[in-house]
Each structure stands twice: as structure tokens, then as C-alpha cells.
Design a protein around this ligand. Sequence first.
Ligand code: GLY
Length: 390
Amino acid sequence: MRRLTLLLAGLAALSCSGSPRHESMAELHGRVIERARVQTVYMDSLLNERQAPGTDWQGPRTFQDGKLLTTGVSGWVSGFYPGVLWQVYEATEDTLFRSLATKYTKPLAALLVRDTDHDIGFQLMSSYGRWLDSGTADANTAEALREVLREGAGTLAGRFDPEIGVIRSWNGDHWNYPVIIDNMMNLELLMKYGDRAIAEKHALTTAANHFREDGTTWHLVNYADDGSVLGKQTVQGYADDSAWARGQSWALYGYAMMAREERAAGNEELAGTFYGIADKLKGWLLAHLPEDGIPCWDYSQTDYRDASAGAILASGLLILNELKPDETALQTADRILRTLASPEYLADPRTNGGFLLKHSVGNLPGGSEIDVPLTYADYYFLEALSRFPR
Ligand code: GLY
């Protein structure tokens, strides 16, 4: 039924070739899903061309200078293409996408023994988590999927230091104990399949140390062994005190997700605390977004837009709206999604390496992934579209 609704919506949108303003969000979603069908299959063919028999799993990362650039299983983005495929399957119920999604998800089980950074939440929730939520697995398979997620949550929890009260983001000796705001996104794995108390403590410690008076967040906080703060800085933003756009989106989404999980568990007090952090940040972001809703890679800059920051923000705003009806959050998500679905951002069929969206920024100060497609921009774009209330 959902498939039929989306198909009809997509056809309706195609037949009205006028202004996208006339397109309902259901029509827009249908149109994007039809594009995603073409793009994901095209991307699979590009990956198959690259993949020599017997070589390790490769998933998409970006498309640059006419080439599809890939990631191995351990890259932080490895779960997002499987997650895009699961979302296309959920929207279309076309079993082609279930088999593609399964094919790209299964090898990620290798991550369970990898504990060299915090990214396992991103990697497993977008792949195995989506598989489980798709409701397509039989009882035995579903239990095996739950086991993968529980084991992954255990691996993530192993990076928590109770003295400091946070999960360590990166290894190495450049910092004593670095925690980046992105880490908030990994907590969903713990909230659903692991030790919730660890996730709550991480979120509370981060609330105390990562945020500025105006509600925005630093990118990285470096902790001493006793939990005191050694320094606050950026890595992917313009300046230590500027607002790196994707970091703000991770923060808003991360705290909105925490509020949702606490509400679901009946912990209204913590839900309120986490909601308040996301809501305050929302106020700043909405006052600083450009007219079309897509931020530049850093809010202090005006050169390159970052579609990924826009897509994550739209999805996070829609979680806030689910928690408490919020017309400004809804209108901003609408604005962002309409811009992303316009020809300026949405790729033509069989172009852009099979990615849906153009114009994201990975790490500008690091000189990498500037004004390119990124697999997680597509993932959160589809997620936000399916989250938009009908
Ligand atoms: N989590 C890494 C990034 O947002 O670039």
C-alpha cells in the first residue's frame, strides 16, 4: 500500500511539470524515491565494476573528478549505502532492494571486533538496525540481527571511561581523551541495544562541556584523565569558536533522538533536559540558516553549501516536531527538503556516481570532499522525507 501511494505520488509529481511549490511532500517523496531506485542500482553496477573477485567489500563514499571513491568496512560511512538501500526497500517493497541491502549489510558484521573509534553506532544502526526495523527478517534472522546490534553496543560501551563520563571518540596520542560532538549519534545503538546509563552519562557530560552560551557546540573537547577539560577546538570547522555546520546538525539530531528515547522509556525529566538542549540550538540555527535552508559547511562562511548538514538538520527537526508539534521546525524541514529535491541539489539519473545529492562538504580544512556528493547526505535526506508528517 505504501509502495502504491509513493508510486502514485511520484507519477503525480512527474505530470505536474510546473513549480515544485505545487508538489505535496508525499509527491516529492515519491519523486525522490523513483530517482533513488535508478541511482542506487546504477551505483551497485559501478561498485561491481570496481570490485575484483576475492577482494574486500567496498561501499560508496563520494564521487570526485568522474570517479566513484569507496570505503572499506571500517570507514565511518560504511553503513549508509546499505541504509539507503533499506530505505528504498521500505518505500517500494521491491525485493530487488532488499537483496541489494542485504548484500551490502552482511559484511559489516566484521565491525564487531573493531574498537579503534566510536563510529560503530553510525555503522550498525544505518545497516543492521534498518534491516531489523524493515520487519522483513524471520524470527531466527531477527534474533541474529539483534545479537549483532547488542554485541556492537558492547564494543561501543567498552570505550566509555566512568571517571571522565564519556565515550572516547578517537585513539592515538594527539589528544589525551578526545570527544567530538558527532559521537552523540552513536548513542542510539546504546539506547536501543545496550547500556542506556552509559549513553545518558555521555549525553549529560557532553551537555556540560561541549555547548556555548548561545546554544551552539564546539566540535572537539579534549579531557584530562580526571574528567577536567584540557581544551575545546574544531577539526572540520572554520575556527575553534565558529559553528561547524554538520557538527551543529549532529548535536541537534543527537539530543532530539535522546529525548525521544527517554520519552519512550517514561523518563520525562531526562527527556526534557535533552529536548531543551536541542531546542535551544534550534533557535540559533533557524536564525542563521540561509533563505533556502541549506547551510554552508561552517555558519561563519559563505562559499560552499553542505547538503549533508541540511539533510541531517531536517531529520533532527522532524524528531523535535514528533516530540512536540513545532511549526517552525516543520516549516524549516519543508524548506530544506524542497531545496534538496530541486535540480540544484538532486542529481540527474545515472550521473553523480549514483549518489542522490550534490554539494556536500566532508572536511574542508583537511582539503578533502569539498562540494561533492556524500553517502550520508543521501541517507539522512531519505530518512527526513519518510519522517515528514503526512
Ligand atoms: N562524523 C564525521 C563527520 O561528520 O564528518
